[in-house]
Design a protein around this ligand. Structure first.
Ligand SMILES: CC(C)(COP(=O)(O)OP(=O)(O)OC[C@H]1O[C@@H](n2cnc3c(N)ncnc32)[C@H](O)[C@@H]1OP(=O)(O)O)[C@@H](O)C(=O)NCCC(=O)NCCS
Length: 183
């Protein structure tokens, strides 16, 4: 038993999908509150606003034994004007960041879904520290703005890189860390 390495559980499988059930929606809002109210302090008790009444919530959930277990990612999309879509409230739980491209997959699901629903342009207001992340994912900055007292960039997705799809969910598999042993 001495040679068994003890390490924290790291999920290998995530599902990214439109939040349809009650628990998925509840998890979507709970994660947003956790990140935008408690972690970032951008909002006080609740970050929900009028856009939520028309937005489509999207979630990423880690899976255990193939079944969605815990919601660890969120984003929402809405059509602001005919053909003009926006994404907002992108959030990945701190313990799952830079692990399995969850944020990138949430953006892909958001933009490809909107494209499939007729988006001709897709925009987001991006916090300054995430501009490079979005640039690498084929977004362009259209200029700087201040939002909730914080510097943001208005950014636009290159829709040619986000083919329209009507898929309700996609899966992400993440390799397990390699165990290194000394000889
Ligand atoms: C921004 C955020 C959504 C990124 O999610 P994530 O799941 O950690 O990102 P991913 O794992 O998909 O990252 C994909 C790639 O971008 C890189 N990346 C992640 N965040 C980055 C950043 N802020 N700047 C530059 N690169 C970044 C990752 O290292 C990874 O690189 P790799 O492909 O070379 O390994 C997450 O950090 C988050 O929720 N932050 C707090 C809330 C927030 O800032 N929301 C966005 C408001 S605009």
């Amino acid at each position: 038993m001495d040679d068994i390495e003890v390490r924290p559980f790291v999920p290998t499988e995530y599902v990214v999908r439109l939040a349809r059930s009650k628990w998925e929606r509840a998890g979507h809002y709970a994660l947003r509150r956790e990140i935008f109210c408690r972690e970032q302090g951008v909002f006080q008790d609740d970050d929900r606003d009028a856009i939520d009444a028309q937005a489509m919530p999207i979630i990423a959930s880690c899976c255990v034994a193939g079944m969605p277990d815990r919601i660890v990612g969120a984003v929402r999309i809405h059509e602001a004007e005919p053909g003009i879509w926006r994404g907002s409230r992108l959030a990945v739980h701190a313990e799952h960041r830079r692990l399995g491209r969850i944020g990138a997959e949430l953006i892909r699901m958001a933009v490809c879904t909107a494209h499939g629903l007729g988006a001709r342009r897709f925009f987001a207001q991006v916090q300054e520290q995430n501009v490079l992340f979005f640039r690498r994912l084929h977004w362009t900055s259209l200029g700087t703005i201040t939002l909730h007292g914080l510097p943001h960039h208005e950014m636009e997705a290159d829709l040619s890189r986000y083919p329209a799809h009507g898929r309700a969910q996609t899966w992400l598999l993440r390799p397990q860390p390699v165990l290194r042993r000394s000889a």
